[in-house]
Design a protein around this ligand. Structure first.
Ligand SMILES: Cc1cc2nc3c(=O)[nH]c(=O)nc-3n(C[C@H](O)[C@H](O)[C@H](O)COP(=O)(O)OP(=O)(O)OC[C@H]3O[C@@H](n4cnc5c(N)ncnc54)[C@H](O)[C@@H]3O)c2cc1C
Length: 373
């Protein structure tokens, strides 16, 4: 690696690639980002109005790591033109439990292990404070830090900031191959680039470029539904928190209305592994199924008005952990498994620190996988 100004190529301009590029540039590297589409690219897992950030995790490792994740975002936002409010709406996150050992209960236990603060709520308090909910059969809930990360604002402003710092961002430039030993990246149009380090953050496209390093990843299709609540509940929704799991086996999560957007309904159980790469439309029956999944949880769900649905793909790794693997000059990263946006700034820091030799590969990989030291 050249001592004075190391050079780096980042393949993929999703949240992980752009944050890694920012962290590499901050450390003095000359950075080129190569993206097959645009920034933000609609096929990227990172592309949407918003993504949830939450402390509430059933895994104590990722739960504990959220403190560092917030600190990394704050450092990044301080360098962007919009200030924190353009990038984050702190609405809090509500988690409910319907019985011992369900996801909500395990998430509360993980908060205890990780030493993260939360407010425990009895069923009566939940009913009194959240008029948009139908909290039947709920044994307890808890409210913790979190809210909406404005994903597309973050991606757009981050790319602009990188350009302003002298980084090159090549859009509409699909990468065809990477030579890890030479640090060479071949584009589909025949151009070749080389650098001291290459970071592969290609999301669902990464495995094809480094099958030996990332043999165990797979894609998952998921759907989300944007909808408006009935008018008589609009006031209750205006201050409602985000939610991650409403108790039992529902795997329901979503975001309240912010910035004039409709609310966003998700359900982890609706994911489909190894989808057709072109299957990116949410079908009418999937929209209805989403609303049905919320019956008994949200008041007036039968009167919600569908605005639009989205289908997108993300990349899974074993145990839903993040992976960072190296061969020669190539660093392949997958910090996704459907929960990676919130860690984007922190993942970028970890990747950059490892790629520039500040921390060992093993240490960076351990941190990203949220495994104990
Ligand atoms: C519907 C949905 C909801 C989600 N909700 C949340 C949430 O609420 N909170 C949360 O934290 N996470 C959430 N996630 C997960 C989160 O969005 C992802 O973990 C994160 O965005 C992954 O970022 P990435 O940069 O690794 O991948 P991506 O965003 O997919 O970026 C990869 C980039 O690489 C590019 N690329 C691929 N192949 C090539 C190639 N050959 N050449 C050049 N470029 C290439 C792609 O075009 C893309 O832009 C959600 C994901 C989805 C799909």
């Amino acid at each position: 690696m050249s001592q004075s100004t190391p050079s780096a190529i980042v393949v993929g301009a999703g949240v992980v690639g752009l944050c890694a590029a920012w962290s590499l540039a901050r450390r003095g590297a000359a950075v080129t980002v190569v993206e097959r589409g645009s920034v933000p690219e609609p096929r990227a897992a990172s592309c949407d109005h918003h993504r949830m950030i939450r402390l509430s995790y059933a895994d104590p490792g990722y739960c504990a790591r959220m403190s560092e994740a917030y600190a990394a975002w704050e450092a990044l936002w301080a360098d962007l033109p919009g200030g924190g409010t353009r990038y984050y709406h702190a609405r809090g996150v509500l988690t409910l439990s319907r019985g011992e050992g369900d996801w909500g209960d395990r998430a509360r236990a993980a908060m205890d292990v990780a030493g993260q603060p939360y407010e425990r709520l009895a069923p009566g308090e939940i009913a009194a404070r959240f008029a948009h909910l139908e909290p039947s059969n709920v044994t307890y809930g808890f409210l913790s830090k979190g809210g909406c990360l404005m994903a597309n604002h973050i991606l757009t402003d981050l790319a602009e900031r990188l350009r302003g710092q002298g980084a090159t961002i090549l859009e509409q430039s699909p990468v065809a191959a990477i030579d890890a030993e030479a640090g060479e990246v071949s584009l589909a149009d025949g151009r070749r680039l080389s650098a001291d380090v290459v970071v592969l953050a290609g999301g669902v496209g990464a495995q094809a470029l480094a099958p030996d390093l990332l043999p165990d990843l797979w894609a998952r299709r998921t759907v989300i539904l944007y909808a408006d609540p009935p008018e008589d509940l609009a006031e209750a929704w205006a201050t409602a928190p985000a939610w991650t799991d409403l108790g039992g086996d529902g795997d329901l999560w979503g975001l309240p209305p912010v910035e004039g957007l409709p609310l966003k309904l998700g359900c982890g159980a609706f994911g489909i592994p190894n989808p057709d790469p072109e299957d990116r439309t949410m079908r009418a029956e999937e929209m209805q199924r989403m609303l049905d999944a919320y019956r008994g949880h949200f008041r007036g769900i039968e009167r919600f008005r569908i605005r639009w649905g989205q289908a997108n793909h993300f990349t899974c790794a074993p145990e839903d952990r993040f992976v960072l693997r190296r061969r020669a000059r190539l660093w392949a990263v997958s910090a996704d498994s459907g929960h990676g946006f919130k860690f984007g700034a922190l993942s970028g820091e970890d990747v950059a620190a490892a790629a520039l030799g500040e921390v060992s590969e093993a240490e960076a990989a351990r941190r990203m996988a949220a495994r104990p030291a």
